[in-house]
Structure formats: structure tokens, C-alpha cells
Design a binder for this molecule. Structure first.
Ligand SMILES: [Zn+2]
Length: 586
């Protein structure tokens, strides 16, 4: 079968915005919630385990329907951010979910208050729900009264939720103008990307300048949105919920100890010089005295050979098959069931993501395929996510989804498998060199760059609370870049607006360190794979199929990894340092 670029089929979730099925799902949730409200009087720390389990099951059943509606609304918006039906449905489902959550939150509030002894008794027979139930209790010290929690929920719908949707709507409709071969092209951000990473130095510079001209034009407004995001985060999480710091909110949600994240951030800072050494060396290969910031992703060989989509899909699936046919089979399912939106369209969300809805659903994947080698890597990456979810499909809707720190494991590993495959089949030395350099470029983009975003977020949140202006935050961002790059490259002024173009820091504060976590972890796992061969595979598949059914530290400890130790993280950087040594010898 030939794979073709197309839109995904959301009709498998619901036939349309005005379908009776969609309305039926809303009605169904209402009915289930009304019946759930009836258990309120029956909750008691002494209750028998089976009755308790029925309550948890009922709550999971409702979550599944809500997940499905949410997915339909969110994916419809992503495929066309200017679609008013999708915008309206998102607003409707956000409000609806908040109302339903408010009517059912008495259960989790009660659960957090149950004494340890009874909690242990009730959890001991709860099977796959256990970790979910434990996690809920972790938040006990940061929980407000029922009335306060309800107000937060309701105000978030029209507050932060709406603000973030607005950020997406504004930034996804930007048009970038770039003169290519004497003709001025109007491009989306996704279409601009190939020029940013392309072989022509002048085009690279102009593409970057155009990117930040447009974002910078709205910089004061986008910056203001960020200030509101950071203040809201602080007001709610630190003032009301008494978290120790802005980042520890995410750490607890990730169920990763603060010390482990600190170890990751500190070790990365210490190793910035490895990447700086890489950039200085890359300058020689490109034939310049010193790299400009524009040149970071420049190809070292002018081998910008395009990959047609069918070839790309086959390459990815073959590389997965080579590791384990089961993995290749799962990847193929995403294509076969029309769950992949690979087309580039105006108004479509840029970048790429994978949405796993419920354990039984094949995940949906969005990307913007333009035929570059990098797009092939993105395809491998996002399909890796989908595989991860499908391998964990035997868990509950509460526990199949891996927590953030492990979320990038299968995706990054998928990219490594693809690279391996490409190196094994490529005979042209120039192309091979390009692949090796790309691997380092990607390591930079997922490790150093993301950790410096996290360090920036930490600083920016503090600055906002000290009433810093948008310009002052931009200045702090420039300082962050200077530390990151040292004297390894020339940094021009427009990069001060880069931060307002990073959706993650708006959507999910402190999400970004998960990328570095995943990449370094995968370097370490891949080393193990090379050393152990076949016997490594079951260990790896076990990590993936655990999904989010246990704490990340526990899942990894079973595979012999200690995330609190700086030694473990340093091990990942040692692999990178060796890669730079190898490249230097070329
Ligand atoms: Zn990813």
C-alpha cells in the first residue's frame, strides 16, 4: 500500500459538530454525573473495598466520554485554528467539563482526607487504579476547600483557558513573507521552517529575521499574555496552594522529586560547553570563521534531498520493524485507521503532536510534512508516542498515559531507530556526515535548548512577580541565550523575541524539561541496547507498557536507572561528548 499525505479522519470520534452522537455524549455525561452525585452520602473511610471500587470505576467511565469530547474539540481546532465551530465547541466543552468536575470533585476531596490505614486497605485491592489513587493523595497538602476549588475551575474556563486559546489563535494565523528566488512568498510558520534550517545562509538569516519580526511586532501583547500566565500560576499555586516554587508544581504533577529535576538542570548547565565545542567545530565544516545563531541547524552537506511521503513512511515503519515487528505493526495502525494528519494547510496548527485519547483508541497524530529529512524524524517521533500509548492500552483511562518525564521515551527512541536505519543504508559519505550532524543538532534542540527554556521560565516567573516589564523579560532571555552559547556563536538582537514564540511555556509551564529528561534517558537506554542486544528489548518494552501506572522513578529503577543521581545524567552527556569527538575526527 502506498502512503499518501492526507488529513486525518475525526469522523471516527463524532460524525460532526451538530451530530446527535455528540449531543448524546454530553447527555450521557450529565446522566452519569447525576447518578455519581448520589454516592456522596455513602462515602466513608470504613466502606467496603468493592463499593469503593465501583465508585472509582464510575468516575473512570465518565472520564472516558469527556476525554473523547475533548479530543474531538481539540483536534478539530488543531486541524483548523480558524474554525469557529471548533472554537465554540472547545469553549463549550471546557465549561461543561468544569461544571461536571465541580459536581464530582467531592469524591477526590474526600479521598485525600481518608486516613492512611483505610486508604491503604481500599487501595490494596484496586489493581490498576492504585497509582492513580496514590497520586490524588499526593496533592492533599495543596488542596483548597470544595467551594474554592469550584471557583478556580469555573474561572479558569474564561480566564487562563481562554487566554491560551487566544494565544494559539493569534499566533497560528501569522503570515511570514520571504523573498525566495526573486519572488515574495507568503508562508505559515511550518512552511518557513525549511528555510530556517535550509542550506542557503542568506535565506536562513532572512527567515529567522522574518519570524521574529512578526512575533516581535506583537511582542508586547504576547509578552503581556505570558505575564498573566505567570501571575496566575503564582497566585494559584504558590499563594493559595502553598507549593514551594513555580517548578515544583510541575514536578509533583510529573511525580518526579525536586532533587531529580535539580540534578538534571544543574548537570545540563555544566555541560553547555560540550554543545559550544560542537558549534565551534560545526563552523569549520560549514566553512565560516564563526557560526551565527542562524546557522545552528544548517546542513553540513548540501544534500537537501527531499523524501516523498511514501518513502518516509516506509522508512520509519521498516526501522521500527527491525527493532520489533510488533512496534512496526502498531505504527502501521495509525496510517491504516486514518489517524494521521500530515498535510500542510493554512490555519492548521504548526509543529507536531500525538493525542492519545483513551486506552482503546488508536492515537491521533498531527504533523506538517514538507519532505525534509527532519520531517521524517518527526514522523518517527510522533509515531513513537502513539506506539507508547498503544503498548499501554491494557491500563485504565487514568493510568495508560505515561507521565511527562517518560512521555518522550518512545518518541526519542523511535528517532534513534530511524537514524540507525538511515546510516545502515546510506553509502554517500556526505549524506552520512549530515545524518550524524543532524543527530547532534537534535540533541541540542531537545536537551540544551529545552533546559535553558526551563531555566528561563524559572527566572521569568520570578521576574514577573517582581513586576518586570516585557522588555526586561526579553533582556533576561538574551542573557539566558548568552550563557547557553558562550562565545561559540554570534547572537543577533531579534532573538530577544524568541520566548514569545514558544507555545509550551504558555500552555504547560515547565513542560520543556521533560524533553531533555527523555533524550538523556534514551541515550542511556540506547547504550544498554547496544551492549545487551536482544535481552534489552523486553526491558524496554516493559518500560513502555507500564504507561503511567507507576511512578517514573519506580518504572526506571526496575530498569536500573537512578534519576536522582547526577552521575546518571552525566552519563548521557558523556555519550554526547564522544559524539562530538567522533565528528571532530571526520
Ligand atoms: Zn514528543
Amino acid at each position: 500500500m502506498a502512503y499518501t499525505i492526507k488529513k486525518w479522519d475525526l469522523g471516527q470520534l463524532f460524525p460532526s459538530f451538530d451530530s446527535p452522537e455528540l449531543q448524546g455524549a454530553f447527555d450521557n455525561v450529565e446522566e452519569q454525573v447525576a447518578s455519581f452525585e448520589g454516592v456522596r452520602g455513602k462515602l466513608n473511610p470504613d466502606m467496603d473495598a468493592e463499593t469503593f471500587l465501583d465508585v472509582v470505576r464510575a468516575s473512570e467511565a465518565t472520564s472516558r466520554i469527556v476525554n473523547r469530547i475533548y479530543a474531538f474539540a481539540g483536534l478539530a481546532f488543531a486541524e483548523d485554528t480558524q474554525n469557529q465551530n471548533a472554537q465554540t465547541l472547545i469553549a463549550r466543552v471546557q465549561q461543561f467539563a468544569a461544571e461536571m468536575q465541580n459536581r464530582t470533585m467531592f469524591f477526590t476531596l474526600w479521598w485525600k482526607e481518608v486516613d492512611d490505614k483505610n486508604a491503604e486497605r481500599l487501595m490494596s485491592g484496586s489493581g490498576d487504579y492504585r497509582y492513580y489513587l496514590e497520586e490524588v493523595r499526593h496533592f492533599k497538602p495543596h488542596t483548597l476547600t470544595e467551594a474554592e476549588e469550584k471557583i478556580v475551575n469555573i474561572k479558569d474556563v474564561t480566564g487562563m483557558g481562554a487566554l491560551i486559546t487566544l494565544y494559539d489563535a493569534i499566533t497560528n494565523r501569522y503570515v511570514f513573507k520571504l523573498e525566495v528566488d526573486g519572488e515574495v512568498k507568503e508562508l505559515t510558520r511550518a512552511q518557513l521552517q525549511p528555510y530556517i534550517q535550509g542550506p542557503d545562509p542568506d535565506l536562513r538569516a532572512r527567515a529567522y529575521q522574518e519570524l521574529y519580526r512578526v512575533f516581535g511586532g506583537d511582542g508586547p501583547i504576547l509578552g503581556q499574555m505570558y505575564q498573566a500566565r505567570a501571575r496566575d500560576w503564582h497566585n494559584e499555586n504558590i499563594n493559595l496552594r502553598k507549593f514551594g516554587s513555580a517548578i515544583s508544581v510541575r514536578n509533583l504533577q510529573n511525580d518526579v522529586p525536586d532533587e531529580a529535576v535539580d540534578a538534571l538542570l544543574e548537570t545540563t548547565k555544566k555541560n553547555a560547553k560540550t554543545f559550544q565545542r560542537y558549534f565551534k567545530m560545526k563552523a569549520k565544516f560549514i566553512g565560516v570563521e564563526k557560526l551565527r545563531r542562524y546557522d545552528i541547524y544548517a546542513p553540513v552537506a548540501k544534500s537537501d534531498k527531499p523524501f516523498d511521503f511514501d518513502a518516509a513512511a516506509n522508512m520509519v515503519i521498516d526501522s521500527f520493524n527491525a527493532f520489533d515487528p510488533q512496534i512496526g505493526e502498531l505504527a502501521r495502525r495509525v496510517f491504516d485507521q486514518d489517524r494521521l494528519d500530515s498535510e500542510v494547510r493554512k490555519g492548521k496548527q504548526g509543529g507536531a503532536f500525538c493525542a492519545s485519547i483513551n486506552p482503546e483508541d488508536t492515537p491521533y497524530v498531527l504533523m506538517n510534512y514538507t519532505g525534509r529529512a527532519r520531517d521524517v524524524a518527526t514522523l518517527a517521533h510522533e509515531l513513537g508516542h502513539a506506539i507508547h500509548a498503544m503498548l499501554a492500552s491494557h491500563h485504565s483511562a487514568f493510568t495508560f498515559h505515561s507521565s511527562l518525564p517518560l512521555a518522550e521515551t518512545a518518541s526519542t527512541f523511535g528517532e534513534m531507530m530511524l537514524t540507525e536505519k538511515l546510516l545502515a543504508t546510506e553509502t554517500d559519505e556526505a549524506v552520512r556526515r549530515d545524518i550524524l550532524f543532524k543527530q547532534m543538532d537534535d540533541a541540542f534542540a531537545t536537551i540544551l535548548r529545552q533546559i535553558y527554556f526551563a531555566l528561563f521560565e524559572r527566572e521569568a516567573h520570578a521576574l514577573v512577580m517582581k513586576n518586570a516589564s516585557v522588555d526586561e523579560i526579553s533582556a533576561a532571555y538574551m542573557e539566558n541565550l548568552k550563557e547557553q552559547f558562550g562565545d561559540s556563536l554570534e547572537l543577533s538582537d531579534e532573538f530577544k523575541w524568541e520566548w514569545v514564540s514558544i507555545p509550551h511555556i504558555y500552555h504547560t509551564p515547565f513542560y520543556v524539561y521533560a524533553y531533555a529528561f527523555g533524550q538523556l534517558l534514551v541515550f542511556s537506554l540506547y547504550q544498554q541496547y547496544k551492549a545487551e542486544g536482544e535481552s534489552f528489548k523486553p526491558k524496554y518494552l516493559k518500560i513502555l507498557s507500564a504507561g503511567g501506572s507507576e511512578a517514573p522513578a519506580k518504572i526506571l529503577a526496575d530498569a536500573g536507572v537512578d534519576i536522582r543521581s547526577t552521575k546518571f545524567w552525566q552519563g548521557g552527556f558523556d555519550v554526547l561528548s564522544k559524539m562530538v569527538d567522533q565528528l571532530e575526527k571526520l
